[in-house]
Design a protein. Sequence first.
Length: 462
Amino acid sequence: MITSSAWQQLIVWVLTYAAHSTVLLVLAWCVTRRLSRERLRWHERIWKAAILGGLLSASLQVGFDVSPAAGRLEWDASAAPLASALPDAAPIEVLESGASLSDALGGLSWEGFLVGLWMLGGLVGLALFLFAWRRIADRLAGRAPVRSGPAYEALARLASRAGLRKAPRLVESSSLKSPATIGVFLPQICVPRRARVELPPEQQEALVAHELAHILRADPLWFFVIGLIERVFFFQPLHRVARRELEELAEFLSDDWAAQNTGDEVGLARCLTEVATWVLELRPVVAVVPMAASNSRLAARIGRLLDEDRRPQDHGASRAHGLLCVAGLAAAVLALPGAGAVAASEPLETRPIPKAAPLGSATESTSEATSAEPAAPALDELLGVLDEEVDHLVREVGALGEEIVTEAAPSPERLQAVRELGRRMNQLRERQERLRELLPDLVVPLGPASDSTPEPLLETAR
């Protein structure tokens, strides 16, 4: 049965996500390599579905405790914590605070240790991500708004044609070497100042059309989310492959939209060539989508724009794509392998367990033994009562376990509860034996039992 420990559930989800994301991203790579390069929208949809599908399928599989067809990678959830790796003498050594070293580490399981490492790596990645964001913001701090000129007029015209109530903000910066779309929720188009001086009006129109296409496609938001996923789940190297593929597809599809809405493929190709000659210093990080990044395969983009057989891409959502995503997600949840922490079956007690006795038998047997035997030291009497109570509890738990096991269809929850009781009983027996070894050194031996009450001895022993 899958355990409900917080650490275990989290590591189960992380391992399940690692398996699902690997399968989905490898599958996306194989499918896109077989799919025609003319179907760029399908390439993009497949990669995005693979990135988000791993998160969704792992969450659904773990959240609803689905048993996948491919099975689970399981481990013993009742394994000893990290403190068990200490020497045998470590639990006995008493610190100044009264707690042993194994007590201090007793709650740290290997699952918690792995989750801690993952969180540490994720926090470092997020810190670097935010640092890159800050560097971009500082670099573009001196940008100024553009409220006139061919680029401004072309942007207003294209935004109106695209159905936007308000055109995105157009700004310029002398520190930027290539046009870029910056921002996440309120993206804006930032162009180099030299672009408004050196480029003719038709190329300025192609420039802002390309950047407007990025905004209409929500590319800044997508790459921001993908950047977060890549850094939080740093252990998945295929995220970098997916991001590079999506960056290239975003450039191709934005070129298509710009060429289709300006009707000037040659002007856009010339604009790309001119911008590529400028020194590009800005890396495509965080939520910045540059027009002519080094990995955008400029020659392939220009050749594609000038190809007379190129077919315009469909930029709308596809019902077939949505149905395929839902079907693929369901298949991933039901079929892809997962992870799970299971409680190993263990005996309730190593010694034979007699049949259950009535509830009051322990007290009666204690009184009979006391009356039959001569007076013993008070400490031995107290330990004898404790032994009888523990034995009685063991018999009760054993009887309960026999009843559950003999049921026609025992509940997994009840079986797990009985196994846990058995494990705790074994621990209680070990502590009882250890108490017998330690008490002679902590308590002064007493004489024969007198009228004094034994309760203070219990407090002293504790």
